[in-house]
Design a protein around this ligand. Structure first.
Ligand code: HMG
Ligand code: MG
Length: 316
């Protein structure tokens, strides 16, 4: 009997872009102490993650949990080969990121008007011109920029987003010079067939290599959507330790795809990530302790449960 691989040609290597310290901590009621955020980032670096979004240079009035971005970046030692990045909404944010010593930043905009207004108080058209300004400023400063697109699958205010709308926005971003476009399922409403359509249509405008997927797991479909992206050739996935995450200006947005769940799946499929799953679990355990609640990541909970069972057995 011949076996055909229903998944197509799976990439050999995938880059995991960790957003826990930013997307995760922006949505927590409890603001962590700067030193604790630094410990978490150190633990993430220790697991082998090479790209980490450590904070945001947005207005501290809008996201008070991340108001200590400069201080935090000053606290975490740099490691060869590890890139720290941060979210910036405008030139002021970019300048803060540059002054803090970052060589990379991420700008963000929504493809739907209502979320754009709620999140950054701007129309989509104004957000695109700001993103262009940020990209130009970054180029002049020798920095590189990725661009997030939010509400690509659906919007908390406007429902399911038509793919044609996503393509319209991507066309306006295509010549700006972002090294990557991260497509966001902000409120976790995406399904696999929708993901296939989005990745298929967007990759007709920009190369597959330029696309990252940023999947929130609100309804349990993030990993399935990631698998669809992977099978189509996407090689960068955003994920968050323990499944932390959510946008405070997108009601109902819950955690991102958990980094450990993604890495477990990739490793099992023979896809290289350079990440040590055991160390990732330690980082997830630390995140859980610091935040003070059980996190939603499934692999994390399974690993911690297993460890407890073994410890109980050893005690008997
Ligand atoms: P605004 O109030 O409309 O704008 O905010 P403004 O330009 O008039 O500025 C108001 C004040 O903020 C001024 O200070 C500015 O100087 C200051 P004042 O004169 O009143 O003292 N300000 C800043 N301060 C520090 N850093 C800055 C900065 N910019 C202005 N960079 C603004 C507009 C965009 C600033 C605001 O709406 C904002 O910061 N929004 C951020 C919202 C946010 O961070 N949301 C969550 C991240 S997005 C997300 O999670 C989605 C994502 O994960 C992908 C996905 O899941 O889809 C990325
Ligand atoms: Mg997000």
């Amino acid at each position: 009997m011949t076996m055909t691989n229903p998944l197509g040609a799976i990439p050999k290597r995938v880059e995991v872009y960790e957003v826990g310290p930013r997307d995760g901590l922006q949505n927590e009621l409890r603001t962590l102490a700067t030193a604790d955020k630094a410990r978490l980032i150190e633990a993430l670096v220790g697991s082998g993650l090479k790209r980490i979004e450590v904070s945001s240079f947005v207005s501290p009035r809008w996201i008070p949990q991340l108001a200590d971005a400069e201080k935090l970046i000053g606290l975490v030692p740099r490691r060869e080969g590890v890139v720290f990045t941060a979210l910036v909404p405008n030139l002021k944010g970019l300048e803060r990121a540059r002054a803090a010593g970052l060589q990379e930043a991420a700008v963000f905009l929504s493809v739907t008007e209502s979320h754009s207004q709620k999140n950054i108080n701007k129309s989509v058209a104004d957000a695109i011109s700001t993103a262009r300004e940020v990209a130009n400023g970054a180029r002049a400063a020798g920095m590189r920029v990725r661009c997030y697109l939010s509400t690509v699958w659906g919007c908390p205010y406007e429902g399911i987003t038509p793919v044609a709308r996503v393509v319209e926005v991507v066309k306006q971003l295509a010549d700006i010079g972002f090294y990557q476009l991260s497509l966001g399922d902000t409120i976790g409403v995406g399904t696999p067939s929708q993901t296939a359509e989005i990745v298929g249509e967007v990759s007709k405008v920009v190369g597959l290599g330029q696309i990252a997927l940023h999947l929130h797991d609100t309804r349990g479909t993030a990993l399935a959507n990631a698998l669809v992206g992977l099978s189509m050739g996407v090689t960068t996935f955003d994920a968050s330790i323990g499944g932390l995450g959510g946008c405070p200006y997108a009601p109902g947005a819950a955690g991102n795809l958990a980094t450990e769940d993604l890495v477990f799946m990739l490793q099992g499929m023979g896809v290289e990530t350079g990440i040590d799953l055991g160390k990732l679990v330690e980082a997830g355990e630390l995140a859980q302790e610091l935040i003070g609640r059980k996190l939603s990541g499934k692999y994390l909970q399974a690993a911690l449960g297993e460890r407890e069972k073994m410890a109980n057995r050893a005690r008997k």
